[in-house]
Design a protein around this ligand. Structure first.
Ligand code: A2P
Length: 260
């Protein structure tokens, strides 16, 4: 079988801010992935370009969906996103063939509570996982945190979680089980501060009505910039949680969200 990416059609594009947009593409029937995994995405090579520029993107749609959704940053001089942000319905996007990643339910040991800590576009893999019934079958409580600089950057996540209540598949499962904690760092908002600060001060747990992180009950997934991941992982480790992987499930997992 060829390893070359498949050519998919753009089905929908929505812009949130001058830095953020989401798009949906067709999904080949042979494309299988686990909710939370990422895949290479690109645009067909232009004239004079040897090969297409491809970047890793978390799939934001759940594994049962018949289309694929992605949530992306726009970088004005980014090799891919400067062009990708201009795609329109009907255009072609290249899709890699091998989804991979560690933000998957199988990389965590069973637990009571699942925390998903995200910043910026790092919410994408969790957009997939919170729409997957298996997440609620495995955990009693699911706490999704999303921290951004400004209010407009929270829109995608706020709407997603709100719409879930009417979702035919997980609507009833999320009721009372899924908690969305949104915070801002550079604009006024009811909850202010970086996720690391909210954990350190205990404000997160007060807000969520949960006990302080503990390795017996809690499992954690972290997705954001490299600095955010490093700092949050260190903090989570200080509560006694150990990092897991697909081959060795443990108490927390991390993945860098796409940049550039
Ligand atoms: P801040 O505004 O204090 O930098 P970015 O767009 O730079 O990825 O940031 C997205 C969010 O992540 C912002 O709210 C930002 O806070 C926060 N953030 C940036 N670096 C870290 C870090 N090392 N630990 C925790 N949160 C971070």
């Amino acid at each position: 079988m060829s390893n070359a990416p498949t050519e998919e059609k753009v089905l929908f594009v929505e812009h949130f801010t001058d830095r953020l947009f989401r798009f949906e593409i067709s999904r080949p029937s042979s494309f299988r992935f686990r909710s939370g995994e990422f895949i290479m995405i690109g645009l067909p090579a232009e004239e004079g370009q040897k090969r297409p520029i491809m970047r890793a993107y978390s799939v934001a749609s759940p594994s049962w969906d018949d289309k694929l959704e992605f949530y992306s940053i726009k970088v004005p001089d980014g090799p891919l996103t400067s062009k990708l942000q201009k795609i329109q319905e009907g255009d072609t996007v290249l899709l890699g063939r091998k989804p991979v990643g560690t933000l998957v339910l199988d990389a965590l040991l069973p637990g009571k509570r699942l925390y998903m800590f995200s910043t910026g576009t790092g919410i994408a893999p969790f957009a997939s996982l919170i729409r997957d019934p298996e997440t609620y079958e495995r955990y009693d409580e699911v706490i999704l945190t999303h921290t951004c600089r400004q209010k407009a950057e929270l829109s995608y996540g706020l709407r997603l979680v709100n719409d879930l209540k009417n979702d035919p598949l997980v609507g009833e499962m999320v009721d009372g089980k899924l908690l969305h904690v949104a915070s801002l760092t550079r604009e006024d908002y009811p909850l202010k501060g970086r996720i690391t600060t909210l954990i350190e001060t205990g404000e997160l747990f007060k807000n969520a009505g949960t006990p302080t992180l503990n390795p017996q009950e809690d499992r954690v997934m972290i997705c954001g910039s490299k600095d955010m991941i490093d700092d949050t992982a260190k903090l989570v480790e200080s509560f006694g949680l150990k990092e897991g992987s697909n081959s060795q499930p443990a108490e927390f997992v991390v993945e860098k969200s796409f940049v550039g």
